[in-house]
Design a protein around this ligand. Structure first.
Ligand code: NAD
Length: 517
């Protein structure tokens, strides 16, 4: 029965978006279809079965797209920024109408719950509206010149065609954080999505390109589904792409960084996290439990900001861990489209293998599984990739604790004083998100001070997961380089030009230098 219902959901979702059978994975002003192109299959982790197929780009498609997007850039950069903003706002409006069906597609292909799938599209809407407002605020600074009759100021100009390489776990939101902001800055964007969630990219691009075309706006976004290493290589080596914004694992990000740096290109790198929550003995217990549970369990632990470690004060350790275990035993795992289900599947079989190999390693190093540690078989969805969320009592010096496993595994440790908690917290190579649960003002301020959290994101009394688009998003250390989304992250998508104008009758030189001819 479960299977039949799910099959019906699949058919309805694909049909509502026109994504049945074979879909082109190449949008270059129009959808490029060639019968004999190689294809990938879009799978659903919910039942492990095929959704539909997508054609892959070849080198010549990439070259054509770079040429076309460069041409479109020459047109788009002539639009006044607020006019670009109006167009991006209209994209947001169109996404409001498409939210339910695109949200369903996100669920289908990534296994997110209904609210998480729709939340992904809401994030796109939010960033479209944010970018639209931003289009009137691309401010440069004005400085007083040291020379008489001179004016000195900065202005920001568009960069060109940028590339976005996105990960499977935020299959459309991360693209929009980059692309919507880049668009109001005057850039065009080439998108290479993850092959594990490429149908979402096709669905989103259908909606967006139709809206752009209805508005009479130029096709500023291109889509290229390709195998990761192949497309990533083309993009990283392409000298006419000034910025590559990459979201994905640290291992892949390092390769991209090396290649793009060799040609002195720019990167934004949003890589792996290993996020920790400090739970103080002065916390609000109910709040801390909910915050840690959400952080560790949401999206089945497949968020870059998922809580992977909890350092708990020794005075409340037993009580906190017992309560958390109770939540884990109660939480509903299964078809994420069903009401009440909070934990869906992992993305694929390889992710399930990763879950087991990390647990094996943890046990070998002395960790103790307190709850979970098994596969979950969901009746009617036997080919889906479900695992039981797991808590491991661990030692912070274990090797496995220092690496990211993209699965619902939470390591818990005890601490005695805040300095020790902070040492444990910061003692990993990654630096994305962090949290402290405390009602003590001093503790929270120490956590937020220079000797506190070393991460790009620091939260007080809320989860490591669940960022808003208004803030600049990104991490430190091996999590990468640069910021996306809100605040002044837009500056990464533009080039800064310092302008000096002389309106005098002479050319006085700076620093008192004399040059008489
Ligand atoms: P991944 O590294 O496997 O893939 C990411 C992208 O890189 C995909 O588009 C993939 O096709 C492409 N790719 C694969 N091999 C490549 C290569 N050799 N050269 C160039 N591109 C290549 O990551 P994933 O499994 O899709 O996503 C999970 C990872 O992403 C986790 O580590 C997670 O923490 C990270 N992530 C980070 C953030 C962040 O903001 N910091 C956000 C989301 C995900």
């Amino acid at each position: 029965m479960e299977n039949e219902n799910f099959q019906k959901f699949r058919e309805d979702t694909l049909q509502s978006l026109g994504l049945e059978k074979v879909n082109s994975g190449i949008f270059n002003g129009k959808w490029v279809t060639t019968a004999n192109k190689s294809k990938i299959r879009s799978m659903s982790p919910i039942d492990g079965l095929v959704n539909s197929e997508i054609t892959l780009a070849e080198r010549k498609d990439f070259d054509g797209m770079v040429r076309n997007l460069s041409r479109v850039f020459e047109e788009w950069r002539e639009y006044p920024a607020p006019k670009r903003g109006e167009i991006i706002k209209a994209l947001g409006d169109a996404l409001v109408k498409d939210k339910t069906r695109l949200g369903a597609l996100v669920s289908l292909e990534t296994g997110k719950t209904v609210s998480e799938g729709e939340g992904e599209i809401q994030e796109m809407i939010d960033i479209a509206y944010f970018a639209s407002g931003l289009s009137r605020q691309l401010y440069g600074l004005t400085m007083g010149s040291e020379r008489p009759h001179h004016r000195l100021y900065e202005q920001w100009l568009p960069l060109g065609t940028i590339a976005v390489i996105s990960a499977f776990n935020f299959p459309s939101a991360v693209w929009s954080w980059n692309a919507m902001v880049a668009a109001v800055c005057g850039d065009t964007t080439l998108w290479k999505p993850s092959t594990k969630a490429a149908l979402v990219a096709v669905g989103v691009m259908k909606s967006i390109s139709e809206t752009l075309s209805n508005l009479g706006a130029p096709p500023i976004f291109g889509l290229m589904v390709s195998r990761g290493s192949e497309g990533g290589e083309w993009i990283s080596n392409e000298p006419s792409i000034p910025l590559v914004s990459f979201t994905g694992s640290t291992a892949t990000g390092k390769k991209i960084y090396e290649t793009v740096s060799r040609r002195v290109g720019r990167v934004i790198l949003e890589l792996g996290g290993n996020n920790c929550a400090i739970v103080s003995n002065r916390c609000d217990m109910k709040l801390a439990l909910k915050g840690v549970a959400f952080g560790a369990l949401a999206t089945a632990g497949q968020r870059c900001t998922s809580t992977r470690r909890a350092v708990v004060h020794e005075d409340i350790y037993e009580e906190f861990v017992k309560n958390l275990k109770d939540i884990y035993k109660k939480v509903k795992i299964g078809n994420p489209r069903e009401p009440g289900v909070l934990v869906g599947p992992l993305i694929d079989r390889k992710a399930v293998e990763g879950y087991f190999s990390s647990l094996k390693e943890a046990e070998k190093e002395g960790g103790k599984i307190l709850v979970g540690g098994t596969v979950k078989t969901i009746p009617g969805l036997e080919n889906g990739h479900y695992v039981a969320p797991t808590i491991v009592e661990a030692n912070p010096n274990m090797n496995i604790v220092r690496s990211e496993t993209f699965a619902p595994i939470l390591y818990v440790f005890k601490y005695r004083d805040l300095n020790e908690a902070l040492r444990i917290h910061n003692n990993v190579p990654q630096g994305l998100s962090s949290a402290i649960f405390t009602t003590d003002l001093r503790e929270e301020e120490v956590f937020l001070s220079a000797r506190g959290s070393d991460c790009g994101i620091a939260n007080v009394n809320t989860s490591t997961a669940g960022a808003e688009i208004g803030g600049a998003f990104g991490g430190e250390k091996e999590t990468g380089y640069g910021r996306e989304s809100g605040s002044d992250a837009w500056k990464a998508y533009m080039r800064r030009q310092t302008v000096t104008k002389n309106y005098g009758m002479d050319i006085p030189l700076s620093q008192g230098v004399k040059f008489e001819v």
